[in-house]
Structures are given as structure tokens and as C-alpha cells.
Design a protein around this ligand. Structure first.
Ligand SMILES: [Zn+2]
Length: 219
């Protein structure tokens, strides 16, 4: 079912000595692509994804004092029969098979059938996923990257916030409810997201931005 991984990006940090009992060894982003599409996806999405992975390595340290090695890879998947269809269950099994000591974060080509999270994704212990959306029409690289920054990047920050706060020892009220309260403010009360350029410098929606996150200073 799973064929060879194709491309990889790595951000390594000098490992800390595991001060928290459940801190994973690394954070591993996995981009899901259908096997007949992965080369095109790699061409079109991978540069953004690998830069976003480097950004979140920095972001986790900057806003949560969370230090971890980060890697990313593309996972080409052969669309299977009915029971092999891509699903949250499939990703949870994949996470288990790869090893639950690693924090796996899936950028999936579908949204979970059921979730208690507001952001088209799902978070659990050492596990995260979002529905990685793509522009419906063929667009140029700049428009595509802006689409990823607006649509996908904030959701990644949402899922990471759930799990990083939990691993940092926060109670559910903080790692779950508080993130959702903040998210609602962003989505419904027009509270601005935080915007960053390609050098991870703060900018705004009117500037040239590459990454967009929830306002982690409020968490
Ligand atoms: Zn959520």
C-alpha cells in the first residue's frame, strides 16, 4: 500500500534530554498524495511544505518554548478498495505502525469524517492531521503559496497548539477549549491572524506573507 518515500526535509535540533515524560523524539510531517499524483504534488506543493515545516520548527520554540527535531516526507498512497480508503482510521494505524513515540502530523488529501476539532483536522497524543486544501483551478506559484498560507497554515498552527500545549503539561481546558475560543475569535470576530514573511519576520495581511498562524501569544 505504501510505496517508497520520495523527498525529505529535515530540521534537526540538538536534542533536549526529555524533561517531559511523553515528549516525542521528533515531529514528522507527512504529506499524503495519491501515487499517480505525487510527482506533480512534489513539484507544486513541496517547496511550500518544506519551508512551512522549517517555520513551525522555529514557531514552536519561539511561542511555546518547545524544542524538537522536525522532518517531513511525501507519502504516495495507492487508492485502494472500499476498505482501504483513506480515512482518519488509516492515518491512526499508519502512526501506530511507524511508532507512537514520534509525533506524526499528516497533511492529508481528505478531511476527517468525524472530529471534535473545529479546523477540518484532528489532534490526539503525538498525532495531528489537517485536510490540506489546494486551489481548485490551476494557478501560478505565488497565488498557490498564498492559498496555502491562508487556508492550510493556520490550521497547522491550530493542531500544533493543541498538542504542544498538552505535551507542555497544560490541562484540557487550555490545550483544547482555549485554542477553540481563540480560533473562534479569529474566524468569527475578525481577530487578525499573525502573518510572517519567508524570513519568519512579522508582517501583516497587506504585506508579503508566507505563513499565517493563530495568535499564540494569547495561549
Ligand atoms: Zn481544534
Amino acid at each position: 500500500m505504501i510505496t517508497a518515500a520520495a523527498a525529505a526535509a529535515t530540521c534537526t535540533t540538538a536534542s533536549s534530554d526529555g524533561d517531559l515524560w511523553d515528549k516525542p523524539e521528533k515531529l514528522f510531517f507527512i504529506y499524503i498524495a495519491k501515487s499517480d499524483e505525487w510527482q506533480k504534488r512534489q513539484q507544486e506543493d513541496w517547496e511550500y511544505v518544506s519551508s512551512m515545516v522549517r517555520f513551525y520548527h522555529w514557531w514552536a520554540r519561539r511561542f511555546f518554548d518547545y524544542e524538537i527535531s522536525v522532518e517531513a516526507d511525501i507519502l504516495p498512497v495507492i487508492p485502494g478498495k472500499l476498505f482501504d480508503r483513506m480515512s482518519l482510521g488509516y492515518l491512526l494505524r499508519d502512526h501506530e505502525e511507524r511508532g507512537k513515540d514520534t509525533y506524526h502530523f499528516y497533511l492529508a488529501n481528505f478531511k476527517p469524517f468525524w472530529t471534535d476539532c473545529q479546523a477540518d483536522g484532528y489532534a490526539a497524543d503525538n498525532f495531528g492531521m489537517i485536510h490540506w486544501k489546494r486551489p481548485k483551478e490551476q494557478v501560478g506559484e505565488t497565488a498557490r503559496n498564498t492559498f496555502f498560507a491562508d487556508e492550510n497554515c493556520p490550521k497547522v498552527s491550530h493542531m500544533l497548539a493543541h498538542e504542544i500545549l498538552r505535551q507542555n503539561g497544560k490541562k484540557k481546558k487550555e490545550y483544547f477549549e482555549k485554542v477553540h475560543e481563540l480560533w473562534q475569535q479569529h474566524k468569527e470576530k475578525k481577530k487578525p491572524f499573525l502573518y510572517f514573511d519567508s524570513q519568519f519576520k512579522r508582517t501583516n495581511v497587506a504585506g508579503t506573507y508566507r505563513f499565517v498562524t493563530l495568535d499564540a501569544t494569547e495561549l
